[in-house]
Ligand binder design. Structure first.
Ligand SMILES: Cc1cc2nc3c(=O)[nH]c(=O)nc-3n(C[C@H](O)[C@H](O)[C@H](O)COP(=O)(O)OP(=O)(O)OC[C@H]3O[C@@H](n4cnc5c(N)ncnc54)[C@H](O)[C@@H]3O)c2cc1C
Ligand SMILES: *[C@@H]1O[C@H](CO)[C@@H](O)[C@H](O)[C@H]1NC(C)=O
Length: 565
């Protein structure tokens, strides 16, 4: 039995030590430094409060929200988004597990709505009073007695003045979409190119590109969004891609948000049972039925599961109307144009937008954690395995095919329990073995790229961390005690509320939130209420079903009788 949800012990290959090491003299509330007040920082502050820890959150800018707070100009040290960003994970899948998004909010929210929701969250749980704004963390170093105390010296800077304080734990929530990855060295001639070039981070809105000939490099979410948006007003957009991509729409079958249809425990268990080539075959067949990826020049060399798909409902439309032309990788730039790897040239290029992703680093943590080639070694993407005491956690430093919010929340719930000594970590060598095993698994499946160094499988990863935090839903006993709920947990969208049904941090509203999630998906669409839903079979014809069923049984019975040897 490989069903993912059934038991914790079955899923982890080793029974990790879950020691109850309540340290003597830990009566004083432990002080935790949370670095960054983006979505990961906010949920970390909340988890600290839930566990009775004392959080202080340092945020270098003047407000919360991190990446999701739009400003007209990019700021140094903070992620920057364009004006039209709409989130690619639907509201029931991306919400905090004990704070559903209002029922009338759209399923896929514009960044301004996302921000509104984060503000509501901060307000509801009184998080703001724990945040120190305009405070930059400049260094985090071990105290001399670290091996016994596990404490850190945290040096911060506010308006040029430095300050230092001691903390019992540190949660790093600085995000990984801040520093542009701009591989100019792989584009010979770019230094003599006379047009303008920029990274997608510096793109805000399409006006200034109106009437221009633009090349967008990269077919990730940003590159695709930008190509689509620019194509409405630019003279011509070229979308250059090395590998191509599988394109998924936000709008799934029957118009439901695609993640609410496919991110279910039921499909997850099918994915575990079925061989990968078969899954790839069916996924690709389905995507090609919508538009043939080869015909549109998008077909990747790699199979569906080897690469993160790109979300775009509009790209095929832009391609078929000739507004976006798909091109191969750029071999070199000339002064006025680009030569592509297939030998074709495009002249009179005005602008090149590099949507080539991001890199991350932790300049304030110099001697504890090293990042090479965008790789860090973290146990469950959270704890550095080599520290003498587990008092440093990274929250949200992970890439999943799903929303980061519920993932970060689970990491923070687990980490705060580790800080308190309620949950222990395995030995350093066991942790490293686990990291190596996971890395190997991902390397086998994914294309080698800067983009996949933090890759993990969404539901399996959340379940793993939920087990460690003691909050994994117990599906088997749920089927026995509350079948209605169990059905929705197993067959319905795997929403974050599932991790609030039991264990530390249990929320009484979780059951109701799960049973009412479909209503919240439908609600924002009901802006023109129809007098009668004409598609469904009228009730007066329903008597037909039992009669057909009965006839079938009788027929089968007689068939058996008649053909008995
Ligand atoms: C264009 C774009 C679209 C995206 N769309 C989605 C999506 O649809 N769904 C999804 O789940 N994810 C999406 N993401 C990923 C996104 O990173 C996460 O949604 C989320 O914002 C990560 O939150 P965070 O708190 O980890 O980091 P951030 O939101 O980046 O916040 C980090 C905060 O830390 C602060 N900070 C940094 N360094 C310091 C320091 N030294 N001292 C003090 N403060 C510091 C920063 O000022 C910032 O406020 C998208 C990313 C991009 C770039
Ligand atoms: C949504 O877009 C962001 C930014 O491009 C990306 O990192 C993330 O993986 C995407 N999410 C999904 C579910 O594809």
């Amino acid at each position: 039995m490989r069903l993912s949800a059934l038991s914790c012990a079955r899923r982890s290959p080793r029974p990790w030590r879950q020691t109850q090491r309540r340290e003597a003299g830990s009566m004083a509330r432990k002080r935790i430094a949370v670095i960054g007040a983006g979505v990961c920082g906010l949920s970390s502050v909340k988890c600290c409060l839930d566990e009775g820890l004392e959080p202080t959150c340092f945020e270098r800018s003047h407000d919360i929200g991190g990446l999701w707070r739009f400003e007209e100009n990019p700021e140094e040290g903070r992620a920057s988004i364009y004006k039209s960003v709409i989130i690619n994970t639907s509201k029931e899948m991306m919400c905090f597990s004990d704070f559903p998004i209002p029922e009338d909010y759209p399923n896929y929210m514009h960044h301004s709505k996302v921000m509104e929701y984060f503000r509501m969250y901060a307000e509801r749980f009184g998080l703001l009073r724990h945040v120190r704004f305009q405070t930059n963390v400049v260094s985090v170093t071990k105290r001399p007695d670290f091996s016994t105390s596990g404490q850190w010296d945290v040096v911060t800077e506010t308006e040029g003045k430095q300050d230092s304080a001691v903390f019992d734990g540190v949660m790093v929530c600085t995000g990984h979409h801040t520093h542009p990855h701009l591989p100019l060295a792989s584009f010979p001639g770019i230094d003599t190119f006379k047009g303008r070039f920029l990274h997608s981070r510096d793109y805000k809105e399409p006006q200034e590109f109106s009437g221009k000939r633009v090349v967008v490099v990269g077919i990730g979410s940003s590159g695709t969004d930008l190509a689509v948006e620019l194509s409405h007003t630019a003279e011509q957009v070229f979308l250059s891609t090395r590998r191509g991509a599988w394109i998924l729409g936000r709008v799934g079958e029957e118009g439901y948000p695609i993640d609410t249809i496919h991110v279910t425990r039921y499909e997850e268990s099918l994915r575990r049972i079925a061989p990968l080539p078969l899954l790839n075959y069916f996924s690709e067949k389905k995507l090609n039925a919508k538009f043939n990826h080869a015909l549109y020049g998008l077909q990747p060399a790699h199979r569906f599961s080897s690469q993160h798909p790109t979300f775009s409902d509009d790209l095929p439309n832009c391609i078929i109307s000739g507004k976006v032309l798909v091109k191969t990788n750029i071999r070199e730039f000339t002064e006025t144009g680009a030569i592509f790897e297939d030998g074709t040239r495009e002249e009179d290029i005005d602008v090149v937008v590099f949507a080539t992703g991001y890199s991350f680093s932790f300049p304030f943590l110099r001697d504890c954690v090293s990042v090479t080639d965008n790789q860090v070694s973290l146990y469950k993407f959270t704890f550095p395995p080599q520290l003498e005491k587990p008092t440093l956690a990274f929250i949200g430093l992970i890439q999943v095919l799903g929303a980061v919010m519920p993932v970060a929340e689970l990491q923070a719930r687990w980490a705060t329990r580790v800080f308190k000594g309620l949950s222990g970590l395995p030995s350093a060598s066991d942790m490293e073995a686990d990291i190596a095993r996971k890395r190997e698994e991902m390397a086998k499946r994914y294309v080698k790229s800067q983009r996949y160094t933090l890759q993990a499988d969404y539901v399996p990863y959340m379940d793993e961390v939920a087990c460690l935090a003691g909050v994994q839903p117990k599906l088997l006993s749920l089927f026995l005690t509350d079948p209605k709920l169990a059905m929705e947990v197993f067959f319905g969208p795997c929403t974050p509320y599932q991790y609030r049904l039991r264990g530390p941090g249990k929320w009484d509203g979780a059951r109701n939130a799960i049973l009412s999630q479909r209503e919240r998906i439908i609600k924002p669409l009901k802006t023109r209420v129809l007098a009668k839903d004409t598609r469904t079979l009228e009730p007066r014809y329903l008597w037909i079903f039992p009669i057909v069923a009965l006839a079938a049984v009788i027929f089968a019975y007689f068939q058996v009788l008649l053909f008995k040897p």
